[in-house]
Design a protein around this ligand. Sequence first.
Ligand SMILES: CN(C)C[C@H]1CC[C@H](N2C(=O)N(C)Cc3cnc4ccc(-c5cc(Cl)c(O)c(Cl)c5)nc4c32)CC1
Length: 353
Amino acid sequence: VGLPYAPLEGLYELHETIGSGGFAKVKRATHLATGEQVAIKIMDKKQLGVDLPRVYLEITAMKELTHQHIGKLYQVIDSELKIFLVMEYCRGGELFDYIGERCARARARPALDGGRREVERDRLTEEEARVFFRQIVSAVAYIHHKGYAHRDLKPENLLLDDDNRLKLIDFGLCANPEGGMQAHLETCCGSPAYAAPELVSGLQYLGAEADIWSMGVLLYALLCGFLPFDDENIANLYKKIQAGVYQKPEWLSEGSLRLLDQMLQVEPKHRIVVSELLTHPWLTAGTGLPVEWKSYFQSRQPDDDVVTAMAVSGGRSRAWMARRLSQWSYDHTTATYWLLLAAKRRGEPVRLA
Ligand SMILES: CN(C)C[C@H]1CC[C@H](N2C(=O)N(C)Cc3cnc4ccc(-c5cc(Cl)c(O)c(Cl)c5)nc4c32)CC1
């Protein structure tokens, strides 16, 4: 392990690279004290250059956003050459791989109608899409409530943990403008196919409104298996987005079409807002239950069982350990806390190696 990775020595064992985006590399690693898997996002400070301040914005956002459907930040290591973000590992990979995988299995099934091979698209039934979309709405409602906007909602940023629970990640473009959600943002960002008309027109826009549009594109992709606005020519793609006209395949129900129409409104002010989605009939169909968006990690009070396990193994009093953890310093102690809490939530013993 080379010098630049020295800060991880004894704390984490690095494994394979699981992805790279722009100026970052993401590796799977083991947190040695608990044996739990983590994802470590490694950024080179020299390469970052002028983008360095944006990384500190991302870190601030991730520290603020602790939610059951948001990839958790465990530890920040800010060293001479590199910044390491130790994060929750999502074993299930990308949501869209799961869909592709599921449909691939369906494709493997012999044609049930004696031969006419249905062209299986990677699409979900309304019920399956609802399970995932409720979790996306839960995460976005929480983010908007905290005055943030994600601004890069797309399939690559929706991962699954080992219980197929959805985790929103990559807050590299997340914004919490000083003026709260009313401040207009200029920077153009995110992936074109998921970007709102006002964004691709270079107009001033509100992050929260642009997020709703992206969620409409996501829901459409889940229900149809292809994108509402698509074109290999970027200028044509922008025209299609600004026109806001998309195909309505015959398998979409009235309810689905209604919801998509409310999210894919070209005029941002006509678009539905996330708080209205929480009790929307399409979202609550089946259970009748509104989407739960409040964080499970509301209390800043550390969990007693975890405090005890860490106090015992650290030879400290419980009071000392509780005070130490309440500083939420996102150091190794914070990482150990979150990973032990995750083990407890899975019903596993809260124990340190
Ligand atoms: C498309 N992006 C710009 C990069 C891509 C990097 C790999 C990553 N990944 C994968 O692609 N698997 C298939 C496995 C996987 C497993 N756990 C992960 C846990 C966290 C993250 C993660 C990555 C980045 Cl760049 C973040 O900023 C945050 Cl907050 C979180 N990525 C993970 C991840 C998905 C995203």
